[in-house]
Design a protein around this ligand. Sequence first.
Ligand SMILES: Nc1ncnc2c1ncn2[C@@H]1O[C@H](COP(=O)(O)OP(=O)(O)O)[C@@H](O)[C@H]1O
Ligand SMILES: [Mg+2]
Length: 319
Amino acid sequence: MARADLIINLVRNGIEGDEKLFRKTVEAIAAEERSMKHFALAERLTELLKTSITQKASGQISESTDPGLRNSYYIVHPKKKLEDLILPKNVRATCDEIIEEHHRRDLLRSHNLEPRHRILLSGPPGNGKTSLAEAFANALMVPLYVVKYEGIIGSYLGETAKQLDRMLDQVKSQRCALFFDEFDALGKERADPNEVGEIKRVVNALLMQIDLMPSHVTVIAATNHPEMLDNAAWRRFDTKINLPKPTRSLVEEWLSSFQNKVGHDFGITNKTLSEKLKGLSFGEIEDFALDVQRRYVLGLPQAKIKNIISSRIKCIQKG
Ligand SMILES: Nc1ncnc2c1ncn2[C@@H]1O[C@H](COP(=O)(O)OP(=O)(O)O)[C@@H](O)[C@H]1O
Ligand SMILES: [Mg+2]
């Protein structure tokens, strides 16, 4: 029988969906069983891990196959789904429309129309911009190419524009989503009068390239500071989606979904709890719920979820 702490880790990693730690824990259990001469069980565990690698190649990050582009972007094989996100109704409706336009693009094209494919996500941090970019890619069934600015706006002046062209050429060769996270970082540089001409030229070239991007490349940009983008940048996008901090009813919805996933309730109504979590982002609420869950799992069988919640709420109120 494996050690109790390993079993608890296993359950925790499973609940939290932390695949890397989950695998490590299974490996540790297999090693322990082997040391106890339970070879058949150890082998079965190792075999199971191998099959799950081949079945589940999604959600992983890989690099460009072109070594010259390694620093320009990385590729996420998206795992997050739209259904995993709690979205305001109008946002969800817009997402569904765009996905339909892509799935039925042949019909649109027969009428000389293209699906919308330039999306700007805005809103305060922790409310789903990065998650939504991944969920879009998942729904469109394409990889998500995440641009690394530091690799493009490199230290070699004059190389930048070339590197950008090279990256976009590669990206355009297939259906994909191209993600510019923290897009305002670029916009800001552009507005700064002290800034060297190089970056300005590159950003202009990039904006033009976004205009020219074929519709099989869905360009998604995210910003916490939409007010920093100038008109020229703003106009490039055919769809603007704002992801604000959640309303109380969205927090309630999130809490129900979390409790369903972990298989027990929080011993306090979602209405009361959502009031206490007012003003937090989804990311902060998620951190809170995972903290509670960790303390709960580690405190079993005596753990009282209600007490854990009240002590964690006090931490938030103090912080
Ligand atoms: N609308 C949402 N529904 C469910 N979970 C969300 C939502 N928005 C954010 N989260 C969770 O909060 C965390 C931070 O979200 P993220 O997408 O990185 O936000 P942003 O990119 O806007 O800063 C993620 O782990 C995500 O699962
Ligand atoms: Mg983000």
